[in-house]
Write a protein that binds this ligand. Structure first.
Ligand code: BEZ
Ligand code: FE
Length: 285
């Protein structure tokens, strides 16, 4: 049978429906249908298709074990956040999930209550305090908060090849009453990497390439759904234009100014500092 632009889709779908796993068959046949429909809808030209292949090739070649341009592509298309939403449908009382992002490093050191994970790094002192609880408000002692963030220049440790010890990341364990205390520096909004194919494409649009100021948290407590999330600074720039669509209203938290004096970790500070109070509520699972 000879195919034409209208009838090629069904034979292609039938071929991919032979996938050995039913799920792979479902994914591939739906993908083929949508790619064909997309090409017909926009009347894709050969030059455009060649340019798209060249762009994907460059995105792959820009990626390595530290940099992942294809994840960034998924992020700026809103696909990463969509997949997070589809797979983390928590109840209204639970803390919502958001994107993991590319800068998490496994195996952060365990830190005591109030540990300063920004020791020696310039910035405004910030404490995160609160509790980890279940959706009934029952405290979860011994829950581990894996925390990471960028410095005041927007750089994560994973972007600094010269750094060989944990920088702005640590794992905190909650106390008997579910409480935690993290000392760090205030994050700032930062630009996603713009020196690759994603940046080339974005410069041909009016899309803002910034993320609002945030700190990342991962809480993986047995008996509960793994929570991958951020806390965002209330009132900061880019909350309404986050380039990776990661902002959630329930994750926007005031960073309240506190005068010099007693600090949440039990120390006394000679300078003013910021405090963000937030209770993480885990979805049973
Ligand atoms: C991040 O928050 O670390 C991040 C997320 C997606 C893309 C780039 C950075
Ligand atoms: Fe981030």
């Amino acid at each position: 049978m000879s195919v034409d632009e209208d009838n090629i889709t069904e034979p292609a779908v039938r071929r991919w429906a032979t996938a050995h796993s039913p799920r792979l068959g479902e994914l591939m046949t739906a993908l083929v249908r949508r790619l064909h429909d997309f090409s017909r809808e926009v009347r894709l030209t050969e030059d455009e298709w060649a340019a798209a292949i060249a762009w994907l090739t460059a995105a792959g070649q820009t990626s390595d074990d530290k940099r992942q341009e294809l994840i960034l592509t998924s992020d700026v298309l809103g696909l990463s956040t969509l997949v997070v939403q589809l797979n983390n449908r928590f109840g209204p009382r639970a803390t919502p999930a958001t994107v993991l992002g590319p800068f998490h490093i496994d195996g952060s050191p365990t830190a005591p209550y109030g540990f300063d994970m920004a020791d020696g790094i310039e910035g405004t002192t910030l404490f995160f305090t609160g509790r980890v609880t279940d959706i009934e408000g029952k405290p979860l002692p011994g829950a581990v908060l894996d925390v990471w963030q960028a410095d005041a220049d927007g750089a994560y440790e994973a972007q600094l090849p010269e750094v060989d010890e944990a920088r702005l990341r640590a794992k905190y364990r909650t106390r008997e009453d579910g409480s935690y205390c993290i000392r760090t520096i205030a994050p700032r909004g930062y630009a996603i990497p713009m020196d690759g194919p994603v940046g080339d494409l974005m410069r041909r649009t009016d899309i803002s390439h910034f993320r609002p100021a945030h700190v990342h948290f991962l809480i993986d407590e047995p008996g509960y759904r793994k929570l991958t999330t951020h806390l965002f600074q209330e009132g900061g720039p880019y909350l309404d234009s986050d380039v990776v669509f990661g902002t959630r209203d329930a994750l926007i938290t005031p960073f309240t100014e506190r005068p010099p004096g007693p600090a949440p970790d039990g120390s006394t500070l000679e300078t003013a500092y910021l405090q963000a109070e937030y209770d993480f509520v885990l979805q049973p699972g």
